[in-house]
Write a protein that binds this ligand. Structure first.
Ligand SMILES: *Cc1c(COP(=O)(O)O)cnc(C)c1O
Length: 412
């Protein structure tokens, strides 16, 4: 059907014409004949495997599960129109109030926040410069970071056209700073790996009047980190929405300096002639992110921690009950700061590689994903992404797989 036929057909529908502009249309799911899709098993119909996530907040595993409060907010938002900029303004202000920082905005993730912050720093409120990115004629051209902080996601800065200068020492950093320097980037997760630590890095930047970005994408818990780095003086602090905060996986937070964030907003939708047009966050995710944050702030974090510890103990005890298996619980210092169970086995007693065990868990019913395996005879497990109760299944299945591997090999 071509366009003209389509229009002709539409005008031949008197009902539509009569309703348009006069009657309030019912939301789609309330229209007769449009039954809700409850009970429909979409993933199964698509032939897609779902699994218990005992690994963590990995993008390739689709991150975290949103809390019911977030889903309610998303459903609520999906039924009304609002002006996108007005929503971003109001939600940004609300988040800033909650997190006691100067300003904030919801982005499409931590990486997007890094790119947009760089854009804001480079362009200020100059709309010509906004349209010009990623070509930097007339703008600053360099970002500086430590070698020890190299991470794929730092590519986000290069999207603006910035070139990254890598340094190791404080002296190298001070020498690298010039009138080309737009921004200094700090990867919080690697704080203890670099020669320049989080506070000193910010102080050096401040001394030279260079704006700073700190990437804290995976750095809650603890909840205090949402407040800590803006207070420390970082101009821009970036968090993922869909990791520990359990907001929409395609959302994130940019917190901090109002001037930079307002300038960054010039590179975001609804505007089109920008490098940020592809980083759209629509009303459902903006509101979902706000509600996820509010819900996270209201969580009893001590209680949650105790639940994770109990789950880890249950799984660890089950694994340890198999001969040749040892376990250890560690908590990473900064990113993914949660109880993490490391399960290691004696290759003499259990003739299976980490890949074998992972594959067995993956192909079981229900399917389970775990992490680790860099060492050939160990895997790691976190429980924070489990639906309560799943820890029992993980404990049972893991014990079964390890026992099978121990038995089958001793007979073979
Ligand atoms: C996950 C992660 C990112 C990317 O975050 P998104 O929210 O997926 O964009 C960036 N930096 C670090 C350190 C991360 O862990």
């Amino acid at each position: 059907m071509n366009r003209r036929d389509l229009l002709k057909n539409m005008s031949a529908l008197p009902v539509l014409g009569a309703f348009a502009g006069t009657a309030k249309l019912l939301p789609l799911t309330e229209e007769p004949g449009n039954a809700p899709l409850a009970g429909k098993d979409f993933f199964k119909e698509l032939g897609i495997r779902t699994f218990i996530n005992a690994a963590g907040t990995y993008t390739f595993m689709t991150g975290s599960l949103m809390r019911p409060e977030v889903l309610s907010a998303i459903e609520y938002a999906s039924k009304e129109y609002v002006m996108l900029d007005e929503l971003h303004d109001k939600v940004g202000q609300r988040i800033a109030d909650l997190l006691k920082c100067e300003y904030a905005t919801v982005t499409s993730g931590a990486a997007s926040a890094i790119t947009l912050a760089c854009a804001g720093i480079l362009t200020g409120m100059d709309e010509k410069k906004v349209a010009q990115l990623p070509f930097l004629d007339g703008m600053k051209t360099e970002a500086i970071m430590q070698n020890a902080h190299r991470i794929d996601y730092a590519h986000a800065m290069q999207n603006t056209g910035l070139k990254i200068i890598y340094v190791d020492t404080k002296e190298e950093l001070e020498n690298a700073i010039s009138d080309k320097t737009a921004v200094m980037y700090f990867l919080n997760a690697n704080n203890f790996d670099g020669k320049i630590r989080v506070e000193e890095f910010q102080q050096i930047a401040k001394k030279h009047n260079i704006p700073t970005i700190i990437d804290c994408a995976a750095d809650v818990p603890p909840v205090e980190n949402l407040f800590k780095y803006t207070k420390m003086g970082y101009d821009i602090v970036c968090f993922s929405g869909g990791k520990g905060i359990r907001g929409p996986q395609s959302a994130g937070l940019m917190l901090g300096n109002k001037k930079i964030i307002q300038a960054a907003r010039l590179s975001t939708p609804p505007r089109g002639n920008t490098i940020g047009r592809g980083y759209k966050v629509n009303k459902e995710e903006v509101l979902g992110m706000l509600v996820a944050l509010e819900t996270y702030l209201n969580t009893d974090h001590d209680k949650e921690w105790k639940v994770w510890e109990a789950q880890i103990k249950l799984i660890g005890d089950a694994a340890k009950s198999v001969g040749g298996v040892t376990t250890e619980v560690k908590v990473p210092a900064i990113a993914n700061h949660i109880p993490t169970l490391h399960i290691t086995w004696d290759a003499e007693k259990i003739h299976a590689t980490a890949a074998d065990v992972k594959e067995k868990l993956r192909s079981g019913t229900p399917s389970i994903e775990v992490a680790g395996g860099e060492n050939n005879h160990s895997i790691s497990i976190t429980t924070w992404m489990l639906i309560p109760g799943q820890e029992k299944i993980v404990a049972e299945q893991l014990k079964k797989v390890l026992t099978e591997k121990a038995l089958s090999e001793s007979h073979g």
